[in-house]
Design a protein around this ligand. Sequence first.
Ligand code: PMP
Ligand code: GLN
Length: 398
Amino acid sequence: MTISGSWQRTARGAGLLSAEGKIAPTIFAEMSELAASTGAINLGQGFPDEDGPIEVLDAARRAIKNGVNQYPPGIGMPVLREAISEHQKRFYGLTVDPDREVLVTAGATEALAATILALTDEGDEVVTLEPFYDAYGGLIALGRAQHRTVPLRLPDFQPNHDDLRAAITDRTRLILINNPHNPTGAVLPRETLELIVELAHEHDALIVTDEVYEHLTFDVPHIPIASLPGARERTITISSAAKTFSVTGWKIGWVTAPAELITAITAVKQFLTYVNGAPFQPAVAVGLALPDSFYTGIAETMKGKRDMLTAGLVKAGFEVFPSQGSYFVIADAAPLGYKNAAKLCRKLPNLAGVVGVPISAFCHEELASEYSSLVRFAFCKTEDVLERASAQLARLGR
Ligand code: PMP
Ligand code: GLN
């Protein structure tokens, strides 16, 4: 059978499908499969190995028991939209109308998909930072937009302001940032966010900001770009329950944006999933209303885990680049004699019983070769697991 939908050509062009029509698994799926088949410790795909707050889990159980099991409203349940609006006000002083400026989605991933498909035309440019979360490349390709990137340079993985000025032009439709940043752990400072807002105005572009790690920054504040002067009216903010409440399998995400943009994004979203996760929506609302101590607690705990894995990696002989946020830290395997992290990561289960992800998987070819010896490790794991992983990785240097 020949399958010849036009998206197939696009997907092939973007490397999502092989010439034989085989789906290329995402790097996360591949590495989790490798961990499962070898029994290695999985510091590849970013998911916690412990449950999140019991109040949130109990609320979901209650909702299922109480019959919250049918289609929720297309834009999300009022209780969750109100909780999202309250959260934006409590943490960032942002006023968001829960009925017109909030959309609940099937994870941040669907929010990204619906936003890109709704707001770009074929050939429009979408500027992202690079390395970039894998879905960005896939979704921009499926939307038939053009992907332009701004490199994040060692050692702090911050974008150079001249590079931002050069990449953002009148052809730019969306400036898609990820802050805190996966895979580098970089957190964008206010000056950079201000420049992005200025460039968005100058070139009449929209800002899309993926802030799924908003509550996981270490020693630096998270500044939502929508909170800067002049940003709110052209910013689409995306977040998710996955990381904050350790529920990556629930797939409850959301978008906050001006009403007109929410309407455009909803128009696409309704034909992607229509709706999802009825009993999880009120449970996430419970999470969003947890006291400040919960939020400071998760950042503190995650910082401890970052410190632990960072120390372990340094001891094992990697050069480690400090992570300011997210679940991830980047380590250079070159000092250990490994120049090719893509190859190393496929051998790492045998060498050390650990799985990591090569940074090249988050890059286009040019930067991939520059960053060929870098590996991303996830530290969202129990201390015991991080200790064992560190001890095992220490074998590499012997
Ligand atoms: N954006 C980034 C930067 C991520 O790391 C992830 C992975 N959780 C997502 C989006 C997807 O989030 P979700 O699971 O809510 O779709
Ligand atoms: N966000 C997770 C990570 O970066 C992966 C999610 C996925 O497997 N698509 O590891």
